[in-house]
Structures are given as C-alpha cells and as structure tokens.
Design a protein around this ligand. Structure first.
Ligand code: AMP
Ligand code: MG
Length: 622
C-alpha cells in the first residue's frame, strides 16, 4: 500500500517544463497602468522599471535582471517534491537558469506567464511607511501540484530592481539568503506555517554593497500566497475602495479557495471556533457566542476572521517553539498566516521573554513576549482597511454602496458594526491562540490530555524556571523527551536528573547554588511526572512510547544563529559546498537522533550553544 502511494506520487512529479504554470494573480488583479501588458513591460528598457510611485495597481510586470555565472549552491529535496518536480530536475540547465533569473516562461510569439512584482505598503515599527512593494522579489509563475492540489506562487528574491525598490539595489546578499533558505525549510519541517525555499544560487559576479562588499545570491522561494497585510494598507491609505474589494475577493476566492471555506457566520457553535481538527473541540465562552449571533456578519467579516485565526495559530506555534521573526511590520505579516520574510529572525536559546533578535529593535517591539500582541496590532490595522466592507453588513453589495461608499446617515451604524466585529475577532484571536499554544505545549511535554491547572503549574512554572536558571528552551524539551519516568520517583532521583538540563558549564541562575538549582528543577519534574502518570499510566512500555512521541515533536536540531553563522562563514570564506546540504538535511529532519553524515558535526550542532554565541542579534541589512 505504502509503495503504491509513493508510486502515484512520483508519477505526478515532472520536469520544470512540464510543470503546470498559471497567472491567476496577474489576470484577476489590476496591473501597473504604466505597463499594462507583458509586451509593454518587455519592450521597455530595464531602467524604466526602476523605482517610482505606482497607483491603482496590485503589481507591475517586470522581468528579473540577468545574472552572470550563477552557481546553484543547494536545493531542498522536500521543496522539489512539494512543488511536484522530479528528483534530479535541479541538475538541468533550464532549472539552474530559471532559479537564477536567467529564464522565464514567456516569449513574444507564444505568450506564457510573465513575471511580476507585487505592490504593497506597510506600517513599520508602528509608523506608516507608505509604498513599499516587492523591491527585490519577482514572481515567476504559479503552479498547482496535482497530487496535493496546492497552488504555489514561485518567486525569486534578489532578482534585481523593480518599481518598488525605493533607494535600494534589488539584490540580496549570500549571508541573508543562506539564512532564509534554511529557516524556511526548517520551520516547515517543524510544522510551522511558512513560505518555502526551493533553491539557493550564488551570484559570484554580483558585488553587493552593504557594510562591506559581499557576494549576491538568489533564493527561489514559494508560498500559497505572498499577500501581506501591507497589501491592504496601501490602497486604504489612498482611499482606493475598489482595490480593497478586489483584493479581499481574490484572497477569499483564490488564496483560500472560496467563501464557503471561511468560518461560518450563522451557527457559531463549537465547530467554527474550535481550533483545529486534531484537537478536542473547545468553544468560546457562552457570552461571546451569544454576542456573535446579535451582529450580522457578511462574507468580508468572515474573511477577516479567517485571517485572524490563521495568524493566531502561527504565532502560537512561534511561541511554543521559541521562534522570533524579528521584524513583524505589516508588510511582513502574511494574509495566509505564513511566517514570512526572514531578516533578523532567531530561535530562543536561553529562555528570555524580553529577547529580540533584531539589533535595531530598541523598544523590544518585536521581542518574544510581544509577538502575539504585535500581530493583533497588525490585525487591527487590517480591520481598519476592511472596516467599510465588514461594517456594511448585508448592504455590502448594494449598488450605491459599492460605487459611492457609505452615506453620512448610515456611517455611525457602519462604524459601530465594524468596531464590534473587530473587537470580537480580538477575542476569537486570543481563544484560537491560547488553544493552539496549549495544544502544542501539552504535546511538547508529552501530555495526552489537558487540565486547567497545567497552564499555571506546568507551563508557567517551567518557563519561570528556565528563565531564572538561564537554561536553553528547546534543549529542555528534547532532553526531557529521553528522561525515563522510573528515575523520577524519589527526590534524590529527580535531583540526579536535573543537571541534564544544565549547560556544559552548569546553570547560570543568579542567586542559585548548584543544589538549589537542582531542587527547583526537581520540584517541577515531580509535578510533570504526576501528570504523565495520569495520562500514560505506570507501565514501562507506555513510558517508552511516551518518550518516542515526545521526540517526534521536540526537535533535536534547530538552525540557531551560531550555526547559521558558521555555515555562512564556511560557504562564503572557505568555499565549503557540502555543509549546506548537510545542514539542510538536518533542518528537513529535525527530530532525528542522528543523520549519519558527520557525527561530530551533528553532535556539535545539536549540543550546547557556545557560551558567547547565545542570544545573538542581527541587523536588518540584508
Ligand atoms: P524588509 O525589511 O526586508 O521586509 O523590506 C522592506 C521593504 O524594503 C520591502 O519593500 C523590500 O522589498 C524592500 N527592500 C529591502 N531590501 C531591498 C533591496 N536590497 N533592494 C530593494 N528593495 C529592498
Ligand atoms: Mg519584507
């Protein structure tokens, strides 16, 4: 049976030429009026497509700049498969040319799909930044994988200037491209919604000026949708009502596959508000459900809720796995609920809720503990963009409203309704976030059921302990996954196990002696042990199963800052090409005990973080 499945799957995998290609985005949404057709853009000198203000458009047709002597440094085999491309396709000349921006699937005689850059704006660090857009990303085509029916938009990052490049060069440096290439695939392997990375190409001739001159690179990346909250912010700032309606309709019908797949408006019982299928149903508090029934919700309100719910789940996963994006501006927040645009991201080393990986984030706006509230702040901005559509209720399709907007008389009621829906969506966001966070944390701790008291006694107490003793967040879960319950029966046994969670040099807690540090962990282990016994019983075989299930959700490998720095150093300065493939393999299979390629290196990368490389920070320059 298993082999039949994989045969069917492999028979669907094809060459890049055979791969289905569509342009739904550019055919349904308005193009830049300066270059309305692919022909108009193609005829223009490349420089004419350089930065300017673009109005009334969702995108501009623009081709990648050609690159000299690109070298394909790596391909994600998982990405190849998910797109439906056959293994080995990466060795063809066409593949190498396409992912480096030297070929695309359009010509004047036969047409095809012409590349484009998206137009959007954004709120950056709490201030309105105006028009931004794909300043160095160019989408090549969309493709639907016939085995999964998932449609992806494939794009190149670092492919040259577009009308949205502002003062910058349209290029990406190798350093940040390596980081994005690996983390995209790592998050996906951890089950965290993310944009993906197919390949990494080095542009040895492109000398890119940042703080120093650096080699350039292109990541070929793909996502179900590249739309951002900022995509709505820009037309909202310009009063372009028509564009907002078009974009919202596109999101519902094309990104989310139809209005009927959005949360239901009528019966807001448990099935709509329940977090995800794998979890036991959990409804909202009764008063909230009743409130829902009092306000008429139209399809745009349901769309807004869907976007909020998706983002709630994604942030919950970031919090549960200690991931930080580092720059959660609205232009980096995905309508589809994907982790997006990797700049100064990081995984948590020692647990510290104040930590931000962004060197320039002095206010800690994008720190670990602020991520859930900052995404909600972004969702309120999105609610303002959609406010008119949400607030119009059943009148949303009335001809006069569509053409002229709300009348003065009707405005107060519209505003009130929009505010109520946004506020209520805030409650829903919190509920979905908490449910998913608890679900993931319970799983990480090996629990099969959830108890009201777990949050305080297990989750919070664990995080406080890790913070107080300066212990590594992700290592704790992985190491706990191999602790047999049998060794935790006595206080002495628990204190014996406790130093497993210490760093090589011990714990770092201020005011703690070796003994009091052990005691604090032992106390937590006792509570945890009792919960595991409740869920799994005391059978030794069940405990082996419990350990295995924990290792399946607690990664042994995560691409931490210090590892990525070493990879960058080895690729860029020492011409090492093999390291990238090995680290990608680890990122794609993060729960493995070993990978069988380089034992010492694997142990080092999964082991203690070198003391002076913990909680590293990155600048935004990339
Ligand atoms: P980011 O901070 O990377 O999310 O980028 C914010 C905005 O700046 C986006 O519109 C990017 O497309 C644009 N941008 C960043 N770096 C460059 C670059 N080197 N060339 C052109 N545009 C860029
Ligand atoms: Mg961005």
């Amino acid at each position: 049976m298993a082999s039949q499945v994989s045969n069917t799957e492999s028979s669907h995998r094809c060459s890049l030429t055979e791969l289905s290609k569509s342009n739904v985005f550019t055919s349904k949404l308005p193009p830049d009026p300066g270059f309305e057709t692919p022909q108009a853009s193609h005829k223009a000198r490349r420089e004419r497509l350089y930065p300017r203000t673009v109005k009334g458009a969702a995108f501009t047709f623009v081709r990648p700049e050609t690159t000299e002597d690109p070298e394909l440094l790596g391909v994600s085999p998982r990405a190849l498969k998910d797109l439906g491309l056959k293994a080995g396709e990466e060795n063809t000349a066409l593949f190498k040319a396409v992912v480096a921006g030297n070929e695309f699937f359009w010509d004047e005689e036969n047409g095809g799909v012409y590349p484009w850059a998206q137009c959007y704006g954004g709120w950056q660090f709490g201030s309105w930044a105006g028009q931004l857009g794909d300043g160095r990303a160019i989408s090549l085509f969309e493709s639907t994988n016939p085995s999964t029916n998932i449609r992806y938009e494939v794009q190149l990052k670092g492919a040259g200037r577009t009308p949205y490049s502002r003062f910058a060069d349209g290029k990406a440096v190798l350093r940040s491209s390596i980081r994005e290439y690996i983390v995209s695939e790592a998050l996906n392997a951890l089950g965290i919604p993310t944009t993906r990375a197919l390949s990494l190409s080095l542009l040895p001739r492109a000398r890119v000026l940042r703080e120093r001159i650096e080699p350039g690179a292109i990541v070929c990346r793909f996502a179900e949708s590249w739309l951002r909250f900022g995509t709505f912010d820009l037309p909202h700032s310009r009063g372009d009502r028509d564009m907002i309606r078009k974009l919202a309709t596109y999101v519902a019908e094309d990104a989310f596959k139809g209005w009927e797949f959005l949360p239901g408006a009528v019966s807001l019982g448990q099935d709509q508000l329940d977090d995800s299928v794998e979890e036991p149903p959990r409804g909202l508090p009764r008063d909230l459900t009743q409130e829902h029934q009092g306000v008429e919700e139209n399809r745009f309100a349901r769309l807004y809720r869907e976007i909020a719910r998706r983002n709630a789940r994604t942030v919950a996963a970031w919090q549960a796995y200690g991931f930080m994006n580092g720059v959660l501006n609205t232009d980096n927040t995905s309508i589809y609920g994907l982790s997006l645009d990797y700049g100064p991201f990081a995984f948590m080393d020692n647990f510290d809720p104040q930590y931000t990986p962004n060197h320039d984030d002095h206010m800690l706006r994008y720190s670990y503990k602020n991520q859930p509230s900052v995404i909600w702040w972004n969702l309120v901005r999105l609610g303002e963009c959609l406010g008119e559509l949400i607030g119009a209720g059943p009148q949303v399709d009335d001809e006069t409203f569509v053409k002229q907007g709300v009348t003065e008389d009707a405005a107060p009621a519209l505003i009130k309704r929009a505010e109520t829906i946004i506020e209520r969506t805030g409650d829903e966001y919190k509920t979905v976030f908490l449910n998913h966070y608890k679900h993931l944390m319970s799983r990480r701790l090996g629990l099969q059921t959830q108890k009201e008291s777990d949050f305080q006694e297990l989750f919070s107490e664990l995080l406080d302990t890790l913070e107080a003793l300066e212990l590594d967040f992700n290592h704790f879960f992985r190491r706990l996954s191999s602790v047999p319950l049998a060794g935790l029966e006595t206080e002495a046994g628990r204190k014996e196990v406790a130093p497993r969670f210490f760093h090589a040099e011990g714990h770092g807690g201020i005011g703690y002696s070796e003994d009091s540090a052990r005691e604090r962990i032992a106390k937590w282990l006792d509570k945890w042990r009792q919960r595991i016994l409740e869920d799994w019983g005391s059978d030794a075989y069940a405990d082996v199963k419990r350990q295995r299930s924990m290792r399946d959700v607690n990664p042994n490998f995560i691409p931490r800052g210090w590892i990525l720095d070493e990879v960058i150093e080895r690729v860029e300065r020492r011409g090492d090409r093999e390291i990238l493939g090995r680290v990608m393999n680890m990122a794609l299979n993060p729960f493995n005990e070993e990978w069988g390629l380089n034992k010492d290196e694997e142990e080092r990368f999964c082991g203690d973080v070198p003391k002076f490389q913990r909680a590293m920070m990155c600048s935004c320059s990339s």
